[in-house]
Design a protein around this ligand. Structure first.
Ligand code: NAD
Length: 317
């Protein structure tokens, strides 16, 4: 890359999540953005609208909208938000085969243009879509990462801060496992100003917070009725992009392909990783209690079920 070149990120899907991701990235001046969608005019219109916000929001990041992938060549990061979102009463898993077809096709096209990119998957069901992205791109495991844990952890932190009436900035918390009802909020590692939350609230309140975190996505789907969350998801994506492009090496909970870590093999699941310019630089293994181990295994089993369906339907090549 020449010294004058800015980082380039392609966002596939110019819907709620994709367009908000594009907005957050350019408002932070992290990179230039290419927005791609199948709907004619949609990515072009949103990219132009965001470009024209630059003089008011003081950013020079460039945005391009397209229905094809040629303009996305040599992207540093490919963000996959294409797909359908959940409707009320619909589980993330209902989306499986529909979104697998979309994710396979868009990743094949985008990876051809940017063979050295890091792929950041957002489309649901998240952990299963990470497998599709890896199979379609043939990228190594370091360069295929799923966004879920950063969002679920932000929800957990929001509820802890609300409960205690403290700043969200004082809270630390993270979530392990698949992005679904079986996720494992790590209460032992959740702190406020360094103090374990078990010192600050009753088990009953902690249980209520765990439940609300697990159902955090569904709570918003119920309220919106016509789609799913996008402000917090796009903020979570921006946090990951920043850690990669600036080589910050933040430890963030992300879906990564495990190769024996946590006793799990060949499966994407949410774990703490060190996120830097090469993607997943390290999977951090923490010690778990027997109860936490069992919860993580249960979560892994539910992801494995979806992956088996995908394999049966020929998505692994
Ligand atoms: N991982 C997470 O935590 C998380 C959080 C929120 C949403 N999501 C998921 O992200 C996805 C997007 O959600 P959304 O709210 O932005 O949905 P949306 O419906 O607003 O946007 C999806 C966009 O994808 C586009 N698209 C469909 N097929 C395409 C293709 N083949 N090529 C290019 N673009 C295509 C659509 O035209 C649409 O503009 C959903 O699968 C949703 O479940 C995941």
């Amino acid at each position: 890359m020449s010294r004058c070149e800015r980082s380039k990120v392609t966002v596939i899907g110019a819907g709620n999540v994709g367009s908000n991701v594009a907005q957050r990235l350019v408002e932070k001046e992290l990179c230039d953005v290419v927005l791609v969608d199948v709907v004619e005019g949609l990515p072009q219109g949103k990219a132009l609208d965001l470009l024209e916000s630059g003089p008011l929001q003081d950013y020079d990041s460039h945005l391009t909208g397209s229905n094809t992938y040629d303009v996305s060549e040599n992207s540093d990061i490919i963000i996959v938000t294409a797909g359908r979102a959940r409707k009320p009463g619909m589980s993330r898993d209902d989306l499986l085969l529909k979104n697998a077809t979309i994710v396979r096709d868009v990743v094949e096209a985008a990876a051809r243009q940017s063979p050295r990119a890091v792929i950041l998957v957002v489309s649901n069901p998240l952990d299963a879509m990470c497998h599709v992205a890896m199979w379609a791109s043939h990228f190594p495991r370091q360069r295929v990462i799923g966004m879920a844990g950063v969002l679920d952890s932000a929800r957990l932190r929001t509820f802890i801060a609300q409960e205690l009436g403290v700043s969200v900035e004082s809270t630390q918390a993270f979530v392990l496992g698949g992005h679904g009802d079986t996720m494992v909020p790590m209460i032992r590692y959740s702190t406020v100003g360094g103090i374990p939350i078990s010192e600050l609230m009753t088990q009953e309140r902690i249980d209520a917070i765990i439940k609300r975190t697990r159902e955090g996505g569904a709570e918003i789907v119920q309220l919106l009725k016509t789609g799913s969350a996008f402000y917090a998801p796009s903020a979570a994506v921006a946090e990951m992009v920043e850690s990669i492009l600036h080589d910050e090496r933040k430890i963030l909970p992300c879906a990564a392909l495990l190769q024996g870590e946590y006793g799990i093999r060949d499966l994407f699941i949410g774990v703490p990783v060190k996120l830097g310019c090469t993607g997943v630089e390290q999977v951090i293994e923490i010690s778990l209690t027997n109860e936490e181990k069992a919860a993580l295994q249960k979560s892994a089993a539910s992801v494995q079920e979806l992956v088996d369906v995908l394999k049966k339907n020929g998505f692994m090549n």
